[in-house]
Design a protein. Structure first.
Length: 61
């Protein structure tokens, strides 16, 4: 959590939304120790992969 909320930051200034966003990011981050699966994937038995979606463009052939 410290990467999102540094030690010198007052936690009273952190909103619930900011905490939930940080928790979601941490729980969906792949871990080497989990075989590059996220804690969320291991706990719920689902595979979640985020990929950058390409913008819709016409393909040239």
């Amino acid at each position: 959590m410290r990467q999102y909320f540094p030690k010198d930051m007052a936690l009273t200034d952190v909103t619930e939304e900011q905490v939930q966003r940080a928790v979601e990011r941490l729980n969906h981050r792949p871990r080497k120790v989990l075989g590059f699966r996220s804690p969320h994937e291991v706990l719920f038995g689902v595979e979640v992969r985020y990929t950058k979606l390409a913008l819709p463009v016409a393909l040239r052939t």
